[in-house]
Each structure stands twice: as C-alpha cells, then as structure tokens.
Ligand binder design. Structure first.
Ligand code: GLN
Ligand code: ZN
Length: 764
C-alpha cells in the first residue's frame, strides 16, 4: 500500500501561541512550566491534526523552541565556550542564551549567528566548529517527544538533522574542514538512534538537505562513511530526506546510501523522477514530494497522482510514500480561518492542514480508492484559476511580452548621467543621506492600528502622518542632511505597503510563517497579473519636497524584493511575475520624476537571497533579476538619480551583478564587517557611487563622530572621494529617536570633517 507521509508541521501554532509564550517567558511574565505546557499542547494538537487527516507517517521532533539546527547543536553538545556550559543536560535557559545572547548583571555573552536555511526565509542558528570541538549526547528532546506522542497513542517517525548537513551548515575557525569532525560526531548520532529504538521507534527521518547542493569529494565521502555507520548502529529504518532542489550529480550517492528510504522533492525538481526511479536500488522505498511545502497553492491532484503512479509502476505500491515536497514548516497553518479572503481565491489555496488532506487523497487514489468528487472539485478549481479574469490581464501580459533590451537601459552611461545629476543636485562631496525609514515610534504604530480599526478617519490619520513627516523634514534641514527622506511613516512593511496598492496581490489574516525564533512573517500572495491602478508614493514624497529646498529622495521597494518576500503564483515563471512588478515600479519612478522628485531609491535587500542553490544556475537568475531592476529604473532623464540599497548580504560573489544594476548610487550594509566589504573593492573597481554604511543601525549603540570618520577613511582607501556617500547601513525604523538623533548628528559632523580634510589635502 502507498503510504501518506509528512516530513514536518509548522510549530508556532495557528495563533502564534508558541511565539507569545516564548516572548512572555523571556520577559519573565510566565514560568518555564507554562511555556512547556503551551509547547506540549501545540505538539499534541499538531499530531492529532495529522492523525485525523489520515497521515500514516507522522513526524516527531519537528517541534522546536527556536530552531531545529540549534536543537541539533544542543543534542550533540556543541556548545561554544563562551556560554560556560557545565557539560550536563542542556536546559532551555542555556538553549535560549545560545539563540539570543545573555545579558544579566556582569554576564554579557553574544548570541550565535543566524543565517538563511537554504533558499528559504527561515533562519537557523549557525553551529560553530573548532578543531577541538567535542561532542556528547546532551539533550534528549528527540526521545522525549517520541515518547510523548506514543503516550497519546500516536506512533511517530522522529526527525533528525543529518550529521553531514549539520557539519556542512556550520561555520569553522582556523581553516578547519568541518567534516574532519565527523568521526567524533557519529558516535552521538549512533547513541541517539539506539535510544530512539529503545523507546520503541521503528523508523527515523534524517534530513540531509545539502544533498541538493554542489558537493566536493570530501563531502561525498563523508556521506558514505556516515551512513555506513548509522545504518549499522540500530535496527531503525532510516529515510534520508532531500528537498528544495534536484539531486543531480549527487543522485547516485544519495540513492546508494545503505538506508531504507529516500525522499525527493518533485515540486522544485519534478524532472528528476525518471533518473531517481532508474537509480534507486531494489530494496529501497521512495518518498515522493508531490505537494508543495513552500507555497500556498492547491495541489493539482491529477498531476500529482500521475507522478505517484509512475513511481508505483516502477517500484510497486509498497515502496512508495506520498509526502509534501519538504517540511510544512514553511507553510501557514490553516486556510479555514481565513474569513477575509473571498471564496474564489480561497478555492485556489491550501495551507499546511489542507496539504495533509491532499496527501491523503493522492495516497488513497494510488491505492485504488479515489475520491472522485474531491478530484472533480480540484479540477474545477484549477480550471477557474486558469481562466479567471482576476488573474489574467492581457494588457499586463502584452506589456511584458513587448519588453525590449532598450527598456532595461538608461539613455546614457553613468559618466554622462552623473554630470547631469551633479549639475541638477549641486551636492557637496561625501553627501549625507539615510536609507529611508525613521523610527516607527509607539504613537505611529498606535495611529495606524486605530486607523485600521476605523477609530481614526482617513483625514485624521493623514493629518497625523503629515505632522510627523513635517517634523522629520524640519529636523533633517536643521542638522544639514544633504538628501533628506520623508521617513516612511505611512508604511507598515516595505513589501506589504506596495502589495496593498498593487492589483494581483492578496493578504491573509493568519498566514504566518516562522522566520526565526519567535519571529514570523505574513507574506502577501501574488495571485494574478500585477498592475498599478494609481501612483503609490508620489503623495508623501511630494509633501516632503514641499517642506524643503533640498532634493528629497523618493523611496520604493524593488521588484525582486517584492517577489522574494511574497508567496508567488506557480502558474508562470517567477521571471514573468518579477517583470510585471518591475513595470509597475517603473511607472511609479516615472510619476515621481514628473512630480519633480529627482532622487529615487529602489531597495533590493533580497536580491542575493534569490540566488539558486547551485552555482551553475546563478547566471540565469541574475540575468532576469538584474533586468527587472533595470526595467524599474530606466526610461528617465539622465539627471534623475537612481539609488538602490542592499543589506544583510555578502555580495562579494555577485559584485558584477550589483555593478550591472547600474544604479547611480548604492548604499550597502558594511559597518559590522567594514574590512570584508572593502576587500571586494580592492579587486573590483565599482564604477558608480556608493554609500558604505558608516554605522550599524541594528544596535542601539550611538557611534561617535570619530568612529565614523575612521570607517570613512578606510572606505576612501579603496574608493575615490567623488564616489562616496555617507549614510547609516539600513533603515532606522526599529530604532528610537534617542539614539537616532545623536547618531545622525555625529554622522553629518563626520562627513563635514572629512570634506574639510580632503579640501586641505587638495590645497596642499
Ligand atoms: N527603505 C527601507 C527602510 O529604510 C529599507 C529597508 C531594508 O533595507 N530592509 O526601512
Ligand atoms: Zn537595509
């Protein structure tokens, strides 16, 4: 019989119960026991949802109080020295200290680093490895959760992050190859497997997501060694799970490992099915990921069933499991509670709970008991989505189809444009500016909430925003910022704000997805062709410009970032959707120019995170991503100056593409890693202007004038003074005015002092 399986369920809870409990615990408002109770209730609820949906292979240990990689770090006792661990069982307080740092009394220990999980917007805690790192079984979470489910009468398949991926995802010191630690690590995994077996487990899911990445010979060897050992360590049947891409050149390796089963992602990489079926040894089960764990669209049941049938034909039904493409961690929990979405749109969607039902329907059909009515209804939903006039707008499609290379080019090269811009703007060298937002203080958030609830009228809310914007403009004049911004007080979120003004977007009430720790995001849904019914930002930018003689910088979110931070429609290539957005932003740029806003920033902080997992796929992505930005920023006069901004981005390896954006000015996060950024510019002469952030806005610290001068001096070692802008490294919306005011005053003073020094040197 074909089995219905799941790989992981969202852990935070439909109403973000876990988030609320965690944050209350951190604030000292609830006890550890309360927090643990909430977690226990959520686990029970989620196991029961899966059981009730008819899922036969239900995961455990997919829950986490923060992150599954940190769970693994603590399971194997890889605690960095700075936490002063006593070597005993690791408790939640130590666990949280590693995630969030610890600051009390005389202790001040920084948190472990965090980074993106493959190409998702989920962030994991990065393991830290040194040559002398030792491992020791130190947290019995996996066993406890297995037993907890068992006590509820639910037999589960525990999930572990695999040892090789665990090592590969870490960071190392002193040129260590993390895989050198494998021999020391494996005994702990063997012990865990034995403990799970002793507790009654029969199977285990071991996630080895790195099998879809480019692997060197060492890594391939490590996989063989690891699974030779682990398969012999216990009687547990091991399924190795891969996701987010195709196995490609690692297929033979993955299929050949001495384990009981392999999971493959047939949503991201449907084309790999034939190869997988051909290479899978005769004793092995295949788990086919045919329901998208990363997106919110209904599964095409007929299509999914055809994939499953192919597997059944080749392997026989006892060797096939139906599963989501990856853990459902990346999906919102339950569509049923979305009472604000209209029925037509809702009928095209499936969240985690609905995806489980789909898995069951597909498995049943493969077993000869097809629910004809459900399949009919599913087909009807797909037909309506295929033809709905809400989705398909021929004017938009024609406009994208008609794009030419010229649409993605400014009229003249940078050296011509910059002359016109200098003449129009008349700025000093080392001009000062900020990244866009000013502190979103309590009163602003309250006013927005009241406006949303209808307690504040449109007029009242606008008057409030006008007052705030006016204040910001006056203050920037006073402290002498050369290119002021309006402050973005009217915006909640840099993607949501635009999504709400564009056609083709929808918003959920409760569609939360964990981003990191207790933080969740609620991505907009891009369901249809994107167009811009009317200007989106001209009003506040113009209002700001009326308050000052200085050139105000208009602020837009770029097409790649809007795409990247949304749930994107799956019925056309991402490139096409991105180009549609880029045309909407282009129209906005043109309207701003018409309204005499002559400096316009198009933020693209998410450009780098869209990079494909395999290097050989990068060029194709970068081509359309860069083109999309350029479509947004072209067709305007030479004298109109385009800025862009990027943050959280190690951009050394894509610096050619960043230059290819051909923005007149780029501002970039560098203050925390000044040296690293500047390294890139030693070998690569950045052609346009650039503002290497001179202070870290992620910290409440107020940097001194002197500190910023030092950073600027460093920047001027590799960049020319005509080329450099002076700005913080990101928007200031998460900061308070107490820090922001003095910090920006110091920043302007630093710019002025550096200008004077440069003049002096010139004169001498
Ligand atoms: N303009 C945005 C702001 O200042 C940029 C945010 C970002 O880079 N993430 O808030
Ligand atoms: Zn930023």
């Amino acid at each position: 019989m074909v089995q219905a399986a799941n790989l992981g369920f969202p852990r935070v809870g439909l109403n973000r119960e876990l988030k609320k409990a965690q944050e209350a615990y951190w604030k000292g408002k609830v006890s550890l026991a309360d927090l643990e109770n909430t977690a226990k209730e959520l686990r029970a609820r989620h196991w029961n949802i899966q059981k009730d949906a008819g899922i036969e292979v239900i995961p455990s240990n997919d829950f986490s109080f923060y992150d599954q990689v940190l769970d693994t770090i603590t399971m194997v006792g890889a605690v960095p020295e700075r936490y002063n661990w006593d070597g005993g069982q690791i408790d939640l307080d130590l666990f949280f200290a590693m995630a969030r740092g610890r600051q009390d009394g005389s202790t001040d220990v920084v948190a472990m680093e965090m980074t993106k999980w493959f190409d998702t917007n989920y962030h994991y805690i990065v393991p830290e490895f040194k040559a002398d790192t030792e491992f020791k079984y130190s947290r019995d979470k996996a066993v406890k959760e297995f037993e907890e489910a068992k006590a509820l009468g639910i037999e589960t398949r525990p999930v572990l992050l695999g040892p090789v991926s665990f090592l590969l995802l870490g960071k190392t010191y002193d040129n260590l190859n993390a895989l050198d630690l494998l021999d020391k690590l494996l005994p702990v995994y063997e012990e865990v497997l034995q403990k799970l077996e002793a507790a009654g487990a029969k199977e285990v899911q071991i996630d080895e997501g790195t099998l879809v990445l480019d692997l060197d010979a060492d890594a391939k060897e490590a996989f063989k060694k690891a699974y030779d050992k682990l398969s012999a360590a216990s009687g547990l049947k091991i399924t190795i799970a891969t996701y987010f891409g195709d196995l490609r050149d690692n297929l033979e390796l993955a299929a050949g490992l001495p384990v009981a089963g392999l999971h493959v992602d047939l949503m991201r990489a449907p084309e790999q099915i034939d190869d997988v079926l051909a290479k899978l040894p005769a004793d092995k089960k295949l788990s086919v990921g045919v329901v998208d764990g990363r997106n919110i669209w209904k599964t095409d049941l007929a299509k999914a069933s055809a994939k499953v049938q192919k597997a059944v034909d080749a392997l026989g039904s006892d060797r096939v499991q139906v599963a989501p493409s990856c853990s459902l961690l990346h999906s919102p929990v339950d569509l049923d509670v979305e009472d604000k979405l209209d029925d037509e749109l809702k009928n095209w969607l499936a969240f985690a709970k609905q995806k489980l039902q789909e898995i069951k329907l597909i498995a049943d059909a493969a077993n000869g008991s097809k629910d004809e009515a459900a399949f009919e209804a599913n087909k009807a939903a797909f037909d309506s989505r295929g033809s709905s006039s809400r989705i398909h707008n021929s004017a938009v499609k024609d406009r994208v189809a008609g794009l030419t290379d010229a649409d993605a080019q400014r009229h003249n090269p940078f050296d011509v444009r910059i002359e016109a811009q200098r003449e129009l703007l008349g700025l000093p060298i080392l001009p000062t500016t900020t990244i866009g937002s000013f502190p979103q203080t309590q009163d602003i958030r309250q006013a927005r909430a009241k406006f949303k609830k209808g307690e504040l009228s449109r007029e009242e809310y606008d008057a409030f925003l006008a007052e705030k914007t006016k204040e910001a403009m006056a203050w920037q004049d006073e402290i002498d910022i050369d290119v002021p911004v309006h402050g973005e007080y009217e915006r909640n979120d840099m993607v949501e704000y635009f999504g709400e003004k564009l056609d083709g977007f929808a918003f959920t009430k409760n569609g939360w997805v964990q981003s990191y720790g207790s933080r969740c995001v609620k991505p907009p849904i891009i369901f249809g062709d994107v167009s811009r019914p009317e200007a989106m930002t001209v009003r506040w930018s113009s209002f700001a410009q009326e308050q000052t003689d200085r050139p105000v910088k208009g602020m837009l979110t770029g097409p790649v970032t809007i795409l990247q931070w949304s749930f994107v429609r799956d019925d056309q290539p991402r490139e096409t959707t991105c180009k549609q957005i880029s045309l909407a932003i282009r129209d906005e740029v043109h309207d701003l120019e018409k309204a005499d806003i002559r400096v316009i920033q198009i933020d693209e902080p998410a450009l780098r995170e869209g990079l494909p997992l395999r290097k050989s796929d990068w060029d194709q992505y970068l081509k359309w991503a860069v083109d999309s930005f350029k479509i947004s920023s072209s067709g305007i006069e030479d004298a109109t100056q385009i800025h862009t901004h990027m943050c959280y981005c190690e951009f050394n390896d894509i610096i050619d593409s960043i230059a290819a954006l051909d923005a007149d000015v780029i501002s970039i996060e560098t203050s925390r890693s000044a040296m690293e950024l500047l390294d890139a510019f030693v070998n690569f002469k950045y052609p346009n202007e650039i503002g290497p952030g001179v202070y870290d806005i992620h910290s409440p610290r107020i940097p001194s004038q002197d500190e910023m001068e030092k950073l600027l001096t460093k920047a001027l070692d590799v960049l020319s003074p005509e080329q450099v802008w002076v700005n913080p490294d990101c928007g200031l919306k998460t900061r308070g005015w107490e820090e922001t005011k003095p910090a920006l005053e110091h920043m302007v003073a630093a710019a002025k002092s550096m200008r004077a020094k440069i003049e002096q040197e010139k004169a001498a």
